[in-house]
Design a protein around this ligand. Sequence first.
Ligand SMILES: Nc1ncnc2c1ncn2[C@@H]1O[C@H](COP(=O)(O)OP(=O)(O)OP(=O)(O)O)[C@@H](O)[C@H]1O
Ligand SMILES: [Mg+2]
Length: 459
Amino acid sequence: MVTPCATSTLPNNRRVLVIDDEPSVLRAYQRTMRPLVDADLAGGPFELCCQASPEAGIEALREALEAGRPFALAFVDQCFPGPMDGLEGAARMLELDPNLEVVMVTAAHLTDAATADVKMPPRERFLVLKKPLEAAELRACARSLTHKWTLRRAAQVKLACLDAKLAERVLELEQANQELRAERAARECAQTELLRAQKLEAVGRLASGIAHEINTPAQFVADNLSFARQGVSRLIEMLHAHREIGGPQADKELAKLRRKLKLDYLERELPASLTQAVEGIERVGGLVRAMKEFAHPGQSSKAMTDLSACVSSTAIVARGSYKGVAELELDLAPNAMVMAVAAELNQAILVLIVNAAQAITEVVGPEPERKGRILVSTSCHEHVVRVVVEDSGPGVDEAIEDRIFDPFFTTREVGCGSGQGLAIAHNIVTQRHAGRLYVERTDAGARFVLELPRREVAA
Ligand SMILES: Nc1ncnc2c1ncn2[C@@H]1O[C@H](COP(=O)(O)OP(=O)(O)OP(=O)(O)O)[C@@H](O)[C@H]1O
Ligand SMILES: [Mg+2]
C-alpha cells in the first residue's frame, strides 16, 4: 500500500530568533514585530526569541531543535564583543540546522572578501541586510522568509514521501518479478511434465503396433529355430548310424536312412532357415534400438543432435501406424546437426508421420489395394536444418489451415483424435527450439515443414 503525501496539513513555522548584543536593538525588534506576533494569522502567530550573543543563539537553536520546534528564521547582528562574530555564528547555526533562514544584519559593508575566511553557509539561505532596518522591510522579510521555510519543508516532506513511494513500488516490482520468475519456472516444469506425459501417451498408442512389429519376426525366428532343432536331431541320428552300422550292407542301409530322414532336403533348407532366424533377431534388435533412441531416456537438456537420425528411429517406431496404408520413403541428408532435445524432436516428427498416415487412410481406406506414400526428407541450409513430411493424403483444407496448430483443433471423428498432436509439435519446435513448423500448399497431399536453426545456441 502506498502512503499518501499530505503536505497541505503541515503547520506554518513562524518562530523567529533575533541575536544582538544591544538591548535597545532587541527592544526595537520586539516593537517592530509586535503586529505580526499579535496578529490572528491562519496557521498561528509569529513567535520571537531574543538572544544577546551568537553562543546563546546557537544554544537556543539547539534546544528548539531538540524540542521539535525549530526556528524558521534568525536575524543575526554582525559585530559582537565576544570571541564569535555574527558571520561565524550564522555559519555554525546553519551547520546545526541546515533548514534555517538567516539574515545577517550589519552596519558595515559586507564584501565577498570579508566572508572569504568563514565557512560560508549556503547562499540561498543567507541574506544580508544593511542597518538601519525599516520596520516594514523587516516584517516583509520575516513574512516571506518564514513562508519560504514552510514551503521548503513541505517540498522536503513531499520528496521523502515520493522516495518512500518509489521504494515501495520498487519493492512491489521486485516481488512481482520474483513471483513471475517462480511462475515461469513452474510453467516450464509443468510443460516438461506435460510433454513427457504426452510422449508416454503417444508411445502407448504405438504400443500395439510395436508389439506386432516385434511379434512377427519373433514368430518366424521361433519357426525357423524349431525346424533347425528337428534337422539337427536327424543329423545326429545319421551320425550315430554311421558310427554303428558296418559290414557289406552298410552303404545300402545308410542310404535308406538318409532318405527316411530327408537329409537332402535338410541340407538345402537348414542354412537358409538359420539365416532367416538371425535376420528376425536383428529386426527385433533394430526395433528395440530405435525405441531406445526415440525415447532418449535421461537426456532432458539440449545437445548436438542429428535430425536425420531422429527421423530414422522415429520412422521405425511409427511403422505400425503407417505400414498398412502407406509406403514410407526416407531421403536423409548427412550431418543434419542441431542443438536439441532429441526425444522432443522425435515426438514432433512422430506427430507428423502419424498424421500423414491418418490422412492417407482417409483417402485409401484401412486395408487398401494400393497404398499411399509418405516421403520424409531432411536437408541442410545456410542457417537452418529442415525436415519435410509429405503425404499423398487429401491435403490440408485452406479453410482450416490457420487453425490446425491450435490446441484441441481436430477434424477427426469423436474419439479418434484429441487435436493435440500439432499443438504439441508446434510448441516443441517454436517454444523449446526457436524453430518454425508450418504447412505448405501443394497440388496434392499435405507438406509439413519443420525448421530448426543450425547450431542454435541453447537458450
Ligand atoms: N497430413 C495431414 N493432412 C491433412 N490434414 C492434416 C494433416 N495433419 C493434420 N491435419 C489436420 O490437422 C488437424 C489437427 O491435427 P492434430 O495432429 O493436431 O490433431 P489430430 O490428429 O486431429 O488429433 P491427435 O493428433 O491429438 O490424435 C487434424 O484433425 C487434421 O484436420
Ligand atoms: Mg494428430
